[in-house]
Every structure is written in structure tokens, then in C-alpha cells.
Design a protein. Sequence first.
Length: 206
Amino acid sequence: MRLVIGLTGGIGCGKSLASQYFSELGICVIDTDVIARTITQPNGKAMAEIKTVFDISYLTKDGALDREKMRRLIFSDKNARLRLEKILHPIILSETVQQVACAHSPYVVVVIPLLFETKDYDTIVHRILVIDCDEQQQISRVMARSNLSEQQVKSIMATQVSRKERLQKADDIITNNQDADYLKTEVARLHSKYLSLSNQCSDAGV
Ligand SMILES: Nc1ncnc2c1ncn2[C@@H]1O[C@H](COP(=O)(O)OP(=O)(O)O)[C@@H](O)[C@H]1O
Ligand SMILES: [Mg+2]
């Protein structure tokens, strides 16, 4: 069985950048956010069900999910969020399983921003890697990347599990408070560790 690393962390902590570094080392990276976007494109696998559950005004002209409009709805309407998640989560999970099965690198990294918020991934992830950074860095990185206000970033952070809980559940942690080169070095350190763990997995025939 191939070793599967679940990579997670709060918004803006550096998940995408860290996963890019794993990918540059030749590791297959599966990103559940990318899958979520793909299945909500026109004719994406989630669109038929979305059309039956939500008003047509939540679709763009070409038949994709209007992500901006849906984001606004689910932020204020918990039931709508649950209905959307009920559609998306099983499809994202099955796409992830399929992509893991097709992967050819010694181990696989699956980026799962909501790893702790959804229980779906317990059965496919062997180790949890948390990309962590202090909250002030997190806020300023997200503000620099998007046009959200500090208050908006904080309200998104409030919907995610606490930093403390995330760190408690981690098998491995990268503290991303320094520059990008440091992050890259930390990814390389874990890459060596995961390569040796994946050798042990294949030696044991699992
Ligand atoms: N160590 C770092 N030094 C400088 N910029 C960083 C560092 N880590 C992440 N960033 C930048 O901060 C922003 C958030 O990082 P990103 O990887 O997109 O976070 P996430 O995917 O966890 O939301 C991005 O613009 C990214 O390029
Ligand atoms: Mg990201």
C-alpha cells in the first residue's frame, strides 16, 4: 500500500507553497481544493446535483457553480453550507481515492484544508502533516494574497479548528514562520523521512 500523507493547516499557513515543494521533488500531490473546483466547473461531476438543490441563480452563465455567490450564501446560512457539503464531500473523497490509486510516486501528499473538520479522510491518510504559522503571519499572508480585511480573515479562521487542536493531532509539523527557503528545507527534511517510511511500508508488504 502506498504511504499517504495528509497535508493540512489553517488558511494562509503555507499549504499550497509546501505542496508545490513536494511536487518539485517528484511527489504526486493531490489537492482537494483543486478537485472541488474541477467538479463544480460546467458539466463537472457535482453540477447535476447542485442544480437540483440550489436555485439557478447560483450558477454562472456557462453552467459552473458561482463560487463567489455561493460563498456568500453559505457564510450566512448554515443549512445551505451543509447541503452543499453533502453534495461535494462524497465526490471529492471518491476522486481523491481514485487519484491516490493512480499515483506513481513513492508516497503521495493529499492536501486537505478541512482534514479535521471532516472525518472523511481517516481511512485513507496514514500520517498527518500540519503546516503551522503564528496567527499574525497567517492574517497578513492571507490579506496580502486576497483583498480580504483583517476581520474577514479572522472570521474564516474562527470557522476552522483551533491551532492547538491541529497541532495536537499532527504526526509531523512544519513551522512556517520564516522565509520560503526555510519552508523548502523543511519539506526536504520530511521528504527524506517519508521516503524511508515508504520503503518500510513496501518491505513489510503493506
Ligand atoms: N515562508 C513564506 N515566506 C513568504 N511567503 C509565504 C511563505 N509561506 C507562504 N507564503 C505566502 O503566503 C500566502 C499563503 O500561502 P499559501 O501556501 O497559499 O497558504 P494556504 O494554501 O495554506 O492557504 C501565499 O501568497 C504564499 O506565497
Ligand atoms: Mg492553498
